[in-house]
Design a protein. Structure first.
Length: 625
């Protein structure tokens, strides 16, 4: 019966959406595209996944540092969030969700982080499934400060209590609880500089894990200091591995649904968990109660499976076919070994995980590039060089943080360590400190086991699937009881970064020895369908254009301003917005000349020997993929 009601509601939303598409207020760029129809579009932008950031009645009483009402359009626009229609109360990707008491909360759905807007030649193009250029860090930090300010403003708190019918003392307790829970997570990225278009999603998810496992704890959580570009998500259902570091496997289609990959459900659960799903772990029963909406996640995943890569828009200017023909030759010489070609209209063929195939032109595939080459690592050791010198040139912080994040086990201490549905024999228990990815998997299994274990029974038998395999291959050890910060922190001594990266290199070597087919930590390579629309480039968004990516590291922009989707149609990427008020400045090096951890723009130096004409030919070819 619930499913019927869900579909009836969706039908009403679709009808309303189609009506608005025909109205003068609807912008043409929001029309259905990339293989989606109006029904797909309406459902994608309106379904709640269970995210509950803040009660709507609180938000209506908050103001930004600029004095704007936090729930108003000017406030959301200032953080880079866009509206679909003039009549909409919330920007695209923000939806409301009601709790058990009927209270309305504002939260995020997939579209908040995975929608981009590119502007060139006077035309704005909406890219469904693209990369948001919003400033997520500033938005959440300012929101936290505003709630904190409301608790100390007696008159404002009294007005809110009167307007909501909640007794003032109770209201302040609710806000204090919200601040305590959000505060530990927020503290992990206070002082960081993510800027527009980047977020440390993995860091926030693991910080949320630590906060839920250890409610009321006071121990610090490793910093969320490895921001990455919001990933583009078309072809998600076809890839053997997901996320920038390939940590999640899609697994196999399961159950009565047309598209329900087990790894995808795991990925989506952890995503909602990290973007403000309510979550409470009962200290006595270890029952985890969350607001994650599994039914809507399944709906959203099926919609996503129908999303095609965006094609180069005619309004951005015609492609030069002579250049593209020459560029195709260069692509096969310099790119195809890691980035196989895929038919952008074929959403059914699967992209398997492979080492570099003998014939890369044989079809699409996914490749994991380990952070450490064992032969290079051995040479570094023989030369008595720092272990971290054996890492590949791409900034390693995101992949290393995911591998080395350790936090207090809290309520899980002494309980059975569950990282698969199948129990270990003999059972292993959590100590005082735990690897955060293990705790995340345990929490997910607790939620699934308490509410809907039937969806996950097949996962236990899929030994190549999902986070469980990744954890088994890498983490057999238990963290030392003498707790040490497990993530690089600039406040630590100068040698801390090298020590941290050295540990990451060691773990990579151990994983490679256990299972060479599953090298982790790593970064993922995939077919480049729609790559023209996915700037900035590299996993950490440190390179603004495809043209810059084809330059040697020493010639790539060392300082760049990100703000919006103002597009460079020649270089295929974002234009420098350094001179525009509010732009986020990404600097590869700090004032002393030292590399900024998380911002390094090295690595991926393929095709850097091309001359300028060849480089532009290759860019032209990439624009048409």
């Amino acid at each position: 019966m619930g499913t019927v009601k869900q579909r009836n509601l969706t039908g009403m939303l679709t009808a309303a959406f189609i009506g608005l598409l025909g109205s003068a207020a609807a912008d043409e760029e929001w029309a259905p595209a990339q293989g989606w129809n109006a029904d797909d579009l309406a459902r994608w932008y309106s379904l709640s996944q269970g995210s509950r950031l803040i009660p709507v009645d609180w938000l209506d009483h908050l103001v930004t540092p600029d004095g704007e009402p936090f729930s108003g359009r000017r406030a959301f626009a200032a953080y880079g969030y866009r509206y679909m229609r003039d009549a909409d109360r919330w920007p695209a990707g923000f939806v409301t969700d009601k709790d058990e008491a009927g209270r309305e909360w504002l939260g995020l759905t997939c579209a908040a982080c995975h929608t981009s807007h590119l502007v060139a030649n006077g035309t704005q193009v909406v890219i469904h499934g693209g990369q948001s250029m919003a400033d997520f860090q500033s938005f959440t930090q300012d929101l936290f400060k505003a709630v904190n300010g409301l608790t100390t403003d007696g008159a404002a708190a009294a007005r809110l209590a009167a307007n909501t019918g909640v007794e003032e003392a109770r209201l302040k307790r609710q806000m204090t609880d919200w601040l305590a829970y959000r505060g530990r997570i927020q503290a992990t990225y206070d002082g960081q500089h993510w800027g527009h278009g980047r977020t440390d999603a993995v860091g926030v998810i693991l910080a949320t894990t630590a906060s839920v496992a250890d409610p009321g704890g006071t121990a610090s959580i490793p910093p969320s200091n490895a921001p990455v570009s919001f990933p583009y998500i078309w072809n998600t259902n076809q890839q053997a591995r997901l996320q920038h570091n390939g940590i999640v496997s899609n697994g196999d289609d399961y159950g009565p649904f047309a598209v329900t990959k087990l790894g995808a459900l795991i990925r989506n659960w952890t995503e909602v968990f990290g973007v403000f799903a309510s979550a409470r772990l009962d200290a006595r029963t270890l029952v985890l109660d969350t607001s994650v909406n599994i039914a809507n996640l399944l709906e959203l995943e099926q919609i996503l499976a129908r999303l095609k890569p965006p094609r180069w828009p005619a309004a951005f200017g015609p492609l030069d076919e002579a250049k593209r023909k020459r560029g195709a030759v260069l692509y096969r010489a310099h790119c195809i070994a890691c980035h196989g070609l895929a038919d952008p209209d074929d959403l059914s063929v699967q992209w398997p995980l492979k080492a570099k195939p003998e014939d890369p032109a044989s079809g699409p595939f996914v490749l994991l590039q380990p952070l450490v080459d064992p032969s290079v690592m051995t040479a570094m050791q023989q030369a008595n060089a720092p272990r971290s010198a054996g890492l590949i040139g791409t900034d390693p912080l995101m992949a290393c943080n995911a591998a080395l994040h350790v936090a207090p086990a809290g309520l899980l201490e002494g309980t059975e360590k569950r990282i698969t549905i199948q129990r270990a024999d003999p059972p292993v228990t959590y100590g005082k400190y735990a690897i955060s990815t293990e705790m995340l998997t345990t929490l997910m299994l607790l939620d699934m086991g308490n509410r809907r274990m039937e969806l996950f029974k097949a996962y236990a038998e899929d030994q190549s699937s999902g986070a469980a395999h990744w954890i088994r291959s890498l983490f057999s050890q238990t963290p030392d009881e003498g707790y040490k910060p497990s993530s690089y922190d600039p406040a630590l001594p100068g040698s801390a970064l090298d020590q941290f990266l050295g540990r990451c290199a060691d773990d990579t070597m151990r994983a490679a020895m256990r299972d060479p087919a599953q090298p982790v930590p790593a970064y993922k390579a995939r077919p480049l369908s729609g790559i023209w629309a996915t700037a900035p480039y590299l996993h950490n968004g440190s390179i603004p254009t495809l043209h810059d990516l084809l330059l040697p590291q020493t010639e790539r922009p060392a300082v760049f301003g990100y703000l919006d989707g103002t597009y460079d149609t020649v270089k295929a990427g974002l234009k420098d917005r350094s001179g525009i008020a509010g732009a986020s400045i990404l600097a590869v090096r700090d004032a002393t000349g030292a590399p900024v951890p998380g911002n390094w723009n090295g690595g991926h130096e393929y095709g850097t020997g091309l001359n300028e004409a060849e480089r532009l030919d290759l860019v032209e070819y990439l624009k048409g993929l």
